[in-house]
Design a protein around this ligand. Structure first.
Ligand code: NAP
Length: 524
């Protein structure tokens, strides 16, 4: 069986010991294997000492140009990459494009950021210099410089392309070399993208290293100038943040964890309106795209009791047609594929059972065995599941739908009385989310809801009848927009255009005479 290799210290490593077998989650056919790599301390040292100077030595603008070249390269390999994502990720073609085009989009986005930066290596000036106090000849000027460590990227299984490439684009643009560890179960796509990037010849030596298989003792080698950027479950995130070496070094840590994203339907949204149709379309997309394995997927649908029946009926229509076309994603007629592994299927089923204590199931059978294009019982499928709570249960902060993310095609209808206060109480019961959405035309409701919800959210989508035709489902993340949410979502912050570079840069105050500062910073 083909073995995928890590690329560490400038050489390919097939790994050693017991190998993990990567499978097609629709057919359970084995595809390739991955084994643990060793020498991770040396690999990080090499990235810092060889990659660091090489990447920092490029001008800011040149780094952007390289990202643009990589975007084109991945685009030209798009069909091959989609085929891999369908096979190893259980992705439909649409799901695969979401991940791969997302990756290409972040490369292109940060190529554009790079184009706005100086055509010189070194620092970025941050804001204007200010006198230290009134009448002082001394001034303070903030500057940003690339940290002299490595960016250690640990990614989740659900976006093997976007997760790895997106983090890389930002770190590289900021002038920091990357060691990337994709999740094991879907590593085939990440490994192929890494091969393409490394074979391209456009990256300076040491700019990008790939660690496949388990993280092993990677975190034991974290250094004080390193940045650890993690995406995955809250449990693993907490373990990484609390790792004794990470704590001892004060290495910078960014956590993107799980999230109970909610949409709030305003009391003015009426069945039959374009906005109501948008709600239905968005909820169906968010429930079923990538079989619900998206950190930004809508888990809680907060709906006025007055339109609950209409909304449920309209959503059930959509879900029925998707459930009938859930099956092997290699058949393009199928609209939803399997979960990505047996463990994910098991976790999703146990999560649905957990939510059952405070909900009733209005659509879907978590134990359904027959799916399109595969033998009964084969593949890690779960059909779309819609749950519903009562008005009273929806407000219980400790209810399981506010506490537990089921990482699959599962959402819960939560009726409310149409007040901003109740909507805010429900949204904030999720303890911090990546994204929330308000669907409303009532400006007063939107204004008050924005202020009430924003502290619980990393991103708030405002959808109204006026922009319904142009609206994108809330789970789409764009490189110009901040990604990350407070509280249980990890309190991380990634992307967001130029702001996103800050994760990898040291902000230093230069304090001195005006002339000295001007000379240092290259001004007249
Ligand atoms: P996970 O089990 O936490 O794994 C995430 C990554 O951490 C994998 O690469 C995993 O490696 C690695 N890992 C596991 N234990 C580790 C340890 N002790 N030290 C260092 N690395 C370790 O999460 P997952 O199941 O892949 O992803 C699903 C979760 O990610 C969901 O909860 C989802 O909400 C969240 N997610 C969040 C975002 C976001 O942006 N906020 C985006 C996507 C997903 P192995 O695969 O080799 O075990």
């Amino acid at each position: 069986m083909k073995r995928l290799s890590s690329d560490l210290g400038g050489a390919w490593h097939p790994g050693q010991g017991q190998a993990a077998v990567l499978v097609n989650p629709a057919t359970q056919a084995p595809l390739c294997e991955v084994a643990a790599a060793s020498g991770l301390g040396e690999a990080l040292h090499w990235a810092r000492t060889t990659g660091g100077p090489n990447v920092r030595g490029l001008t800011w603008r040149r780094r952007g140009e390289i990202l643009g070249t990589l975007a084109k390269l991945l685009h030209s390999a798009r069909e091959e990459l989609i085929t891999i994502a369908v096979a190893n990720g259980g992705n439909t073609r649409g799901d695969a494009k979401f991940d791969i085009d997302g990756a290409i989009g972040v490369l292109a986005g940060y190529a554009s950021v790079g184009a706005t930066l100086p055509d010189a290596a070194g620092h970025l000036v941050d804001g204007e210099s200010v006198p230290l106090h009134k009448g002082s000849k001394l001034r303070a000027q903030h500057v940003l410089t690339p940290r002299h460590g490595a960016a250690i990227h640990i990614n989740a299984f659900n976006f093997p392309a976007w997760g790895m490439v997106g983090k890389f684009a930002v770190a590289f643009c900021a002038g920091v070399p990357v060691l990337s560890k994709p999740a094991t179960s879907t590593a085939m796509l990440a490994a192929r993208i890494a091969e393409i990037m490394l074979a391209s010849g456009v990256l300076p030596e040491g700019a990008f290293s790939l660690l496949l298989g388990p993280a092993g003792d990677l975190l034991e080698h974290v250094g004080r100038q390193d940045v650890v950027a993690f995406t995955g479950s809250a449990d693993t995130g907490a373990r990484i943040r609390g790792h004794q070496r990470v704590v001892a070094t004060n290495a910078r840590v960014n956590i993107e964890a799980d999230s109970l994203n909610a949409v709030v339907i305003g009391p003015d949204v009426q069945p039959g309106s374009e906005l109501f149709d948008l709600v239905i379309r968005d909820c169906a997309v968010e429930l079923t795209q990538k079989a619900g394995q998206k950190c930004t997927a809508t888990r809680r649908i907060v709906v006025p009791s007055a339109v609950l029946d209409d909304l449920r009926d309209a959503l059930l229509d959509r879900l029925q047609s998707i459930a009938a076309k859930t099956g092997d994603p290699a058949d393009e007629n199928n609209r939803m594929g399997p979960l990505s592994s047996e463990a994910q299927q098991r976790d999703a089923r146990s999560g649905i059972a957990m939510l059952a204590s405070r909900t009733r199931r209005v659509f879907g059978d978590p134990d359904r065995k027959a799916f399109a294009g595969v033998d009964d019982g084969v593949g890690y499928f779960i059909e779309p599941i819609l749950l519903e709570a009562t008005l009273e249960a929806a407000l219980e902060a400790t209810a399981p739908f506010h506490q537990h993310e089921v990482f699959g095609p599962v959402a819960t209808l939560l009726p409310y009385d149409g007040s901003v206060e109740a909507a805010a109480a429900i949204v904030s019961a999720g303890q911090g989310s990546l994204v929330g959405t308000v669907y409303a035309d009532d400006r007063d409701f939107t204004t008050r809801a924005t202020l009430a919800l924003a502290p619980s959210l990393g991103r708030l989508v405002l959808a109204s009848e006026k922009i319904a035709a142009a609206s994108m489902a809330p789970g789409c993340v764009f490189p110009v927009a901040n990604h990350g949410g407070p509280g249980r979502a990890g309190d991380g912050s990634e992307l967001g255009g130029k702001t996103g570079l800050g994760l990898y840069l040291q902000r230093t105050t230069l304090q001195g005479g005006a002339a000295e500062l001007a000379r240092l910073l290259g001004a007249e």
